[in-house]
Design a protein around this ligand. Structure first.
Ligand code: HSE
Length: 430
């Protein structure tokens, strides 16, 4: 810090970098008061300054060379808003080694490389903050690290991907097919040009890895998170779920189970009374529970320039305060050991199963016998004619080990009267 001003350098003049820049300009006086220091954007790096943007950056602040910023001794904090795990990781590592505090909303990098970056920041006595990496503006990481620091967290359930929540909401409210809504979402700019990471739950798994590490105090390998996306969800399933009092949501679930953690991202039937069921459109929410804190839900915009920019600006202010008070590095990673993750087959779940069968005497009984043989208990069943001597049967099973259901479904699939097992979707009702 020089002349009573903390200087920041922003790497990446995209949506979030731009949101941060605008917030720091617009709310400068207020920010100076709460940060107890003036915060100045000293430079912004981007590889393409010709790209159209809805904010402008004075030419004097622009550079295309990240190392000009990283190696500038007058810059105290580096904000990385490039995204991805390649150059972002290189720059963040270099910034820490140069003695700068780092702020990043980069969920992919933190989820995959946090185990390396956070100890490095502790070694160099600098801060690394990443509130914007999960849930956009929602202050969930700081809540876990600070407000809920004394509490044992038993379970965390998140709607942490706005694109998939928007698609499922539109499918529910307009009765549209997945592909139609996805195409509309891309036209409206809600979905990425390549929406694979969102649709397949990859983005949500990255966010769950970060949430679980903070909630359960242990390192989490993203690769160990069980993951299913939403591309197989149909309006038919959404409609059956509605008739039974459920909505379908893509959930990121982390839970303690003895010495192990259950970590999974998948679509699930959620009772309409659950607070997360009311989270519509691109909004995100995280539901946390534990014996001391009870049930806590945090809700807000999970993406976008100003919401995510607000989370990033909060981290910048925190880093600036630590510079002013000479207390950098006071909140290092406190994760211990590596999580032991329960295999998904061992997890106790309840499931919704829809199958298409021949509408003949004895079919329901034969299927029920196979379920019973594998120890799967039926909670409810609905049968509807589907034309041409075919019927739809929708089962909801009682909670039990997932491997029992999978074994039963393997046997049921082989029955000559079963045309197809159309859908298997877990039910989350605790
Ligand atoms: N692709 C993410 C989403 C953006 O749809 O929620 C925020 O991480």
């Amino acid at each position: 810090m020089r002349d009573g001003t903390v200087r920041i350098g922003i790497l990446g003049a995209g949506v979030v970098g731009g949101g941060l820049y605008q917030i720091l300009q617009k709310n400068a006086e207020h920010i100076e008061r709460v940060a107890e220091v003036s915060i100045e954007v000293a430079a912004i790096c981007d590889v393409d300054w010709e790209r159209p943007r809805d904010f402008s950056v004075p030419t004097a602040l622009r550079t295309t060379d990240a190392y000009e910023i990283i190696n500038d001794p007058d810059i105290d904090i580096i904000v990385e808003t490039i995204g991805g795990s390649d150059v972002a990781l290189e720059y963040v590592t270099a910034a820490i080694r140069a003695g700068k505090s780092v702020v990043t909303p980069n969920k992919e990098m933190i989820a995959h490389h946090g185990n390396q970056i956070l100890p490095l920041a502790a070694q160099y006595g600098v801060d690394i903050q990443f509130e914007g990496s999960v849930g956009g503006v929602i202050p969930v990481l700081r809540s876990l690290k600070e407000s809920l620091a004394s509490a044992q967290i038993d379970q965390i359930i998140g709607i942490v991907n706005g694109t998939t929540n928007y698609i499922l909401t539109e499918m529910t409210e307009a009765g549209a097919q997945f592909t139609e809504v996805l195409a509309a979402a891309r036209r409206e700019g809600y979905a990425e040009a390549d929406p694979t990471a969102d649709i397949e739950g990859i983005d949500a798994a990255n966010k769950l890895a970060i949430l679980a590490a903070l909630a359960f105090g242990t390192r989490v390998r993203v690769e160990e998170i069980y993951r299913e996306g939403i591309s197989q969800i149909t309006p038919t399933d959404i409609d059956y779920a509605r008739q039974m009092g459920y909505v379908i949501k893509l959930l990121a679930i982390g839970a303690r189970n003895g010495d192990q953690l259950e970590l999974r991202v998948h679509p699930a039937l959620l009772p309409v009374q659950h607070p997360l069921a009311a989270v519509r459109g691109v909004f995100n929410a995280i539901f946390i529970s534990g014996p001391e804190c009870g049930e806590v839900m945090l809700y807000g915009q999970g993406a976008g320039a100003l919401p995510t920019g607000t989370a990033v600006a909060g981290d910048v202010i925190d880093c600036a305060r630590n510079i002013v008070h000479d207390s950098r590095g006071r909140t290092p990673c406190r994760c211990e050991g590596e999580a032991s993750v329960r295999p998904v087959g061992e997890i106790e779940t309840s499931a919704y199963v829809r199958m298409c069968v021949a509408d003949q005497p004895g079919v329901l009984g034969r299927i029920a016998t196979l379920l019973g043989h594998e120890g799967v208990s039926i909670e409810s069943v609905i049968q509807r004619p589907a034309g041409n001597d075919v019927a739809d049967i929708v089962w909801v099973m009682h909670k039990g080990p997932e491997r029992h259901l999978q074994a039963a479904l393997c046997a049921i699939k082989e029955l000559d009267v079963v045309e197809q097992i159309c859908s298997v979707i877990r039910v989350v009702d605790e």
